[in-house]
Design a protein around this ligand. Structure first.
Ligand SMILES: Cc1cc2nc3c(=O)[nH]c(=O)nc-3n(C[C@H](O)[C@H](O)[C@H](O)COP(=O)(O)O)c2cc1C
Length: 190
């Protein structure tokens, strides 16, 4: 079992939406993934999360919003017309799960954000186990889109959007190396 878990952890990768095929994910897929998110640990069992799937016109509107936002932020040379058009289609093949944190005031906010991050890791690992690609997008444009389009309560924060989709066939392997354990683990004995 640990071998299987280690394999999934090490195979998990960030996949952007151009790696997604046009075969949409089913609601069942998304429910399986979110069910696993719900089992993440939380201090005092606060479960400070809400997951809102952005459907229908959100796909077009998210792309248009991102394209316009980045055009404003970058100079024209850095954000060509071609890139503008591509960005408009950014979410075309993606499912989008907005990640909302509603921190419990009885706890330090960082603990609640850490708990939501544990839930996102469950989402990400579940995707890998199901051969679904995805990544956590915390870009300003993405968060602004959610804040502008969903009615969040004052004490709710959008922590980004998890983009996910069925992977195209024959993608080349992405190798994002990690520093060796010798650099990150030490033993302090007293
Ligand atoms: C909290 C968090 C926020 C992230 N936000 C973004 C993002 O806004 N845009 C992006 O391209 N990748 C984002 N990523 C993905 C990282 O860039 C990616 O995990 C890292 O490069 C390692 O690659 P890997 O996931 O394939 O191992 C985020 C990851 C985390 C954990």
């Amino acid at each position: 079992m640990i071998e299987e878990l280690s394999k999934i952890i090490k195979e998990r990768r960030t996949h952007y939406t151009n790696d997604f095929s046009d075969v949409p994910l089913s609601k069942k897929n998304i429910e399986t993934i979110i069910e696993n998110a719900l089992w993440a640990p939380t201090h005092k069992l606060t479960q400070p999360w809400k997951f809102i799937v952005l459907e229908g016109f959100h796909k077009q509107e998210m792309g248009i919003f991102m394209a316009n936002y980045y055009r404003k932020v970058f100079s024209i040379e850095d954000f060509s017309d071609e890139r503008f058009e591509e960005t408009k289609d950014y979410a075309k093949n993606a499912s989008m799960i907005s990640i909302i944190c509603k921190p419990n005031p009885r706890l330090p906010e960082w603990e609640e954000i850490a708990a939501v991050s544990c839930a996102v890791q469950n989402i990400w690992l579940s995707c890998t186990a199901m051969n679904i690609g995805g990544y956590w997008d915390t870009g300003i444009a993405t968060i602004k889109y959610v804040e502008n389009n969903l009615k969040l309560d004052d004490n709710e924060k959008c922590l980004g959007v998890f983009f996910l989709g069925n992977l195209k066939n024959n993608l080349s392997e992405v190798n994002r190396k990690r520093k060796p354990i010798s650099k990150k683990l030490s033993w302090n004995k007293k």
